[in-house]
Design a protein around this ligand. Sequence first.
Ligand code: C5P
Length: 318
Amino acid sequence: NKVKQYKEKILNELKRVFLDESNVLKHATDQNPYNVHYQGIKENHLNKYRNQLVCEFKRIQFTVIRRSDEPFKSNYLRDLIPKKKFLDNRQYNSCAVVSSAGSLTNSNLGQFIDSHDLVLRFNHAPTVGFEKDVGSKTTVRILNSQVVSKSEFKFLEDNLYRNITLLAWDPSNYTSTLEDWYSRPEFNVFTNYAAYRRQFPKSKFFLLNPRILWQLWDFLQSNSPSRLRRNPPSSGFLGLAALLPRCEYVNVFEYMPSTRVTKRCHYYDTKDNPACTFGVWHPLAAEKLLTYSLNIANDTTTFDRGFMTLLGFKRTNC
Ligand code: C5P
């Protein structure tokens, strides 16, 4: 039937992109901006049981920068880092990860997304004007350091970033210490982090420990037989890593592109960007294929309604 045919097509496309990239990478010696040196195994995750993959994923402790971490312990940021834990270490029942994909357009998923106990969104993805398809509730936003630091995103002014939990990330090099990262962030996330925390002292705004990016990358690479793009995983994959330890189950919207897929990158874009959904910079095809291996939703839900369901880490005994 239609869904089955579409499923074959999209999975083949993801595999094709992934293998093409690996072939390009075999010949590229200069594309290693983060100085990644991976020595570990490269297995095919398709040969593993879901539980085995979950147990490997579960070993990655999703951590944010704490007051006790150097160099923050000894600089002006110490007192600006919240004492509270990320999401108060609370457990949620149902969680929604809303990728910003163009295929959310005409999905009618808004009400269903809003029915989740926690809703995670990314970067400057709006809800106003898009409620029918993406909902209006936001519990957490994961922000890359460009959104926090570049004036065009109006991070300190826009209501989009108020009264919710925020988590910002910026890539370090593969083996960098926090000191190295602090002195040479990719984009200066720290100035506006401090400004926001001063302006809203009660806010729940955290910085991801950049080690996590490379632990997630290692996890992806160790489960991919071919070489991965040596850039950090996308925010979408970070969202999963943030929520799987805290939710009974996580519904991930339009990360696996549904039958509504178009050439548009984001539901809020006006122009096309065909390379975005399958990945140009992040190891996106590998992320999506691995996530699909953890999916328990049926084909109609995944490819027609447009979301995958992953069980929270608590539900798997390792
Ligand atoms: O582009 P941006 O990073 O803001 O989008 C948020 C996340 O949604 C991405 O990091 C990616 O994981 C996911 N996404 C996707 N397909 C798209 C657009 C975004 O999977 N077409």
